[in-house]
Design a protein around this ligand. Structure first.
Ligand code: PLP
Length: 408
């Protein structure tokens, strides 16, 4: 008799965005004359930069010609893209990451989800709360946790982000083997300083642990003191894997291209205590289970690193950050405290009330959709996330409606 992976039965039944969609659809059905503005899901709204589109068209034409047609490419990504990433995202910031330490993929979601496969089933986990749910759910699926008790999976050390610690989790007292960090953070928009990341690097070194650093939103950092990469911290290449995505910097959420950095200096151990290269393990995993991102998409991604591409993607992230600033200012003016929105596209509002109740109020009275913080974890309760991914006109209209509905 065929049996299921019973770890899947431990997963919480409902999915946050499905719950939101259900409530929003019910509202729209009951109020067809009231247009709803969605500032909930973190998807981009603006089209791909012209430099990417031109590269995509040119590469598509190459695929139409026998002389330039490409079949399977290297699973790890074409050299032209890996070289451009190494030069622009790392060497330019003083980080010595080699092109062959970069693995191009079709998204950070898959990479964040898949990376845990190369670690033992019994590694101990430290995962932020609130959190991008992929980190937790994939470890539940892999059987690294117990069941869900009061909204927390047993066996995980939760790294709490609260108003008390300015939404930057403290280093845990005990040792954890695998630590997930995300800065600029989804959902809070918080950023970590070099000193804060250096503490995590020291902790990982001391415990022979690995940090999984999700830097999907680095392109929104404007404060010159805030690190864009964990490799800006001395010694991080011996303890950290970094995930980056072109989704938010250049509107690739539907186009799909991202990359993961696995430095060759990273080591982990077998039960006999023998050292193993994580780069070699990930290379084995990636080449066995993945067949590369398509050539035209990698060409479009490489165009981000041309002069025009860099100017266009900067304009794109500036545009969203301008929306974020407006949101942050309006929400603060209404008397709520919030963080994010200055180096991140998300604003995390401390509502002081039940987050689903706040969501319902905003939907019913302002016809604006936000994301209830409780959906991101226990510490998200009392908060909502507002996203800056929308048109300026929609953001302005939403803020006017919120001001009327939420005046304290
Ligand atoms: N990591 C974080 C923190 C995210 O918020 C997201 C997407 O919203 C991703 C990763 C996934 O990015 P991608 O589109 O590259 O799969």
């Amino acid at each position: 008799m065929i049996k299921i992976n019973e770890n899947y039965t431990k997963l919480k039944a409902s999915y946050l965005f499905a719950d939101i969609a259900k409530r929003v659809n019910a509202f729209i059905e009951a109020n067809p004359d009231k247009p709803v503005i969605k500032l909930g899901i973190g998807d981009v709204t603006e089209p791909l930069p012209p430099a990417c589109i031109a590269a995509l068209h040119a590469a598509t034409d190459e695929m139409a010609d026998r002389a330039t047609f490409k079949g399977y490419g290297p699973e790890q990504g074409y050299g032209f893209l890996r070289d451009a990433i190494a030069a622009n995202d790392y060497a330019a910031r003083g980080c010595s990451i080699a092109a062959d330490e970069i693995f191009v993929s079709d998204g950070s979601k898959c990479d964040c989800a898949n990376i845990q496969e190369i670690f033992s089933e019994d590694v101990s986990l430290a995962i932020p709360d609130p959190v991008y749910p992929v980190y937790t759910d994939t470890n539940v699926m892999a059987g690294r946790t117990g069941g869900d008790v009061d909204d927390r999976y047993q066996g995980i050390t939760y790294l709490e982000s609260t108003p008390e610690n300015s939404y930057i989790p403290s280093i845990p007292e005990g040792a954890s083997d695998l630590i997930y960090l995300c800065f600029p953070n989804n959902p809070t928009g918080a950023v970590a300083t070099k000193a804060q990341l250096a503490e995590w690097v020291a902790y990982a070194k001391k415990n022979k642990a690995i940090i999984l650093f999700d830097s999907a939103y680095e392109a929104f950092i404007r404060d010159p003191e805030i690190p864009h990469s964990i490799y800006e911290i001395e010694g991080a290449d011996k303890v950290a894997i970094e995930f980056r995505s072109f989704s938010k910097i250049a509107g690739f959420t539907g186009t799909r291209c991202a990359y993961t950095v696995v430095p060759k200096a990273l080591l982990a151990y077998d039960t006999a205590g023998k050292e193993h290269s994580l780069h070699a393990l990930w290379n084995r995993r990636h080449t066995t289970k993945f067949n590369g991102v398509s050539y035209p998409i990698q060409k479009a991604a490489a165009a981000i690193f041309t002069n025009e591409g860099m100017a266009q993607t900067k304009a794109l992230t500036d545009f969203y950050l301008e929306n974020a600033k407006l949101i942050r200012e309006s929400i603060t003016a209404l008397g709520y405290s919030c963080i994010g929105g200055d180096n991140a596209p998300y604003i995390w509002i401390n509502t002081g009330t039940d987050s689903w109740a706040f969501f319902d109020k905003l939907l019913n009275e302002a016809q604006v959709v936000c994301t209830p913080g409780a959906g991101f974890g226990t510490c998200g309760e009392g908060h909502v996330r507002i996203s800056a991914f929308n048109s300026l006109a929609n953001v302005e209209t939403a803020l006017k409606r919120i001001a009327v509905a939420m005046k304290k």
